[in-house]
Design a protein around this ligand. Structure first.
Ligand SMILES: *Cc1c(COP(=O)(O)O)cnc(C)c1O
Length: 355
């Protein structure tokens, strides 16, 4: 996309913080780059986007985001190849999704040229923060918050769209065992589960803490009405491998339409891996595990790409998955990351260069 810098106000940081950062010991999402993008919505329109030094915001304590959680976000990554070229992975998807999320939360749509121009200008300023080498990336967090002062329960008339960036190393989440939820739900029919709404995450913390006390790192959310169908793993989409067949749930208004999920599905088709996109029952997965047919489970999401799951718990029973060499999880992670780092042909046109 052609960028038109005249539409953006850029105020550079007087001094970079980069020398103080230990890029070999990054904790995910703790360190932020020198600049941020901010675009205010007021008087019925988005104002000129600004890039300015990263720093705290000043908001009225009655700002609606604090009281009603009117907020949405995205998560994406920038990668640097061996020639110092910077790439995004399917950013159009994130752009479309933030506006879909916004629509559901009654937040005004954000203009495409502001999203792309703002992100590109910001990434150009921060390119030294994107390190070469497999696993290194810059995590990009676009988000929108309702900033209008006043506690009346109505959609805000003012918003801030922002982008902040955090350097990241390969995300190793440790060994992951999950608990199939028998009681709690992440999302309901007609609700906001398909949106990246901030409050979806707030509601997950408590049940996840309970699962942690029982020795599981994440919950696999089941459908809210029957708890018979497996839907998502924590904050990731989930895939099952039964025999050599890959199975994942179709997206609906309770399941987030992950970019990584969509990419895994495309790769499975490309490589002739038998794939079923259909509702998955707790019963069939427990039975497959008991019969030794359940070979793999893995989560998919931008932060970890593919996250293997080693076992699960259900109704007090614990099930371990086999320890295999040739996993689909490894296969997809390898294929996806090679495309992301410009080390493999990009058949699907997924890479987007920052120039
Ligand atoms: C963000 C998210 C995902 C993963 O989406 P990606 O686009 O692959 O990063 C999956 N589930 C939930 C609930 C999410 O919020």
């Amino acid at each position: 996309m052609k960028t038109d810098t005249t539409t953006i106000d850029i105020q550079k940081a007087s001094k970079s913080k980069i020398e103080n950062v230990d890029f070999n010991n990054l904790v995910f999402g703790q360190v932020f780059t020198d600049h941020m993008m901010v675009c205010d919505y007021k008087n019925g329109e988005w104002q000129t986007p600004q890039i300015k030094p990263y720093g705290p915001l000043q908001l009225d304590p009655s700002a609606k985001v604090f009281h009603y959680g009117q907020a949405v976000f995205e998560g994406m990554k920038a990668f640097k190849d061996e020639k110092d070229q910077v790439w995004l992975f399917r950013p159009e998807k994130n752009f479309e999704r933030i506006n879909k999320s916004s629509e559901r939360l009654a937040i005004p749509e954000f203009p495409k040229e502001y999203f792309f121009t703002g992100m590109e200008e910001l990434l150009k300023l921060e390119k030294d923060w994107i390190k070469k080498g497999f696993g290194n990336s810059l995590y990009i967090r676009p988000f929108v918050i309702a900033t209008e002062a006043g506690v009346s329960a109505a959609p805000s008339k003012e918003y801030k769209f922002m982008i902040i960036c955090s350097p990241a190393q390969a995300y190793y989440s440790g060994e992951v065992r999950v608990q199939f939820s028998e009681k709690y739900s992440r999302a309901a029919d007609g609700g906001v589960g398909f949106a990246k709404a901030a409050g979806n995450y707030a509601a997950q913390f408590y049940p996840t803490n309970l699962a942690k006390e029982e020795g599981f790192q994440q919950i696999v959310w089941t459908d809210a009405s029957t708890h018979e169908y497996l839907e998502e793993a924590g904050t990731m989409n989930i895939f099952f491998r039964v025999g050599d067949k890959l199975i994942t749930a179709p997206t609906n208004d309770r399941i987030l339409n992950g970019v990584t999920r969509d990419s895994v599905i495309a790769l499975a088709k490309e490589y002739n891996i038998e794939l079923e996109v259909r509702r998955v029952t707790v019963k069939e997965i427990v039975e497959a595990a008991e019969a030794g047919e359940l070979k793999e489970m893995f989560g998919s999401g931008t932060a970890t790409v593919i996250n293997p799951i080693l076992g699960f718990g259900y109704k007090g029973e614990k099930y371990e998955l086999p320890n295999m060499e040739d996993t689909y999880a490894r296969f997809f992670k390898d294929k996806l990351t090679k495309i992301q780092y410009n080390q493999a042909e990009d058949k699907f046109g997924w890479r987007y260069q920052i120039k």
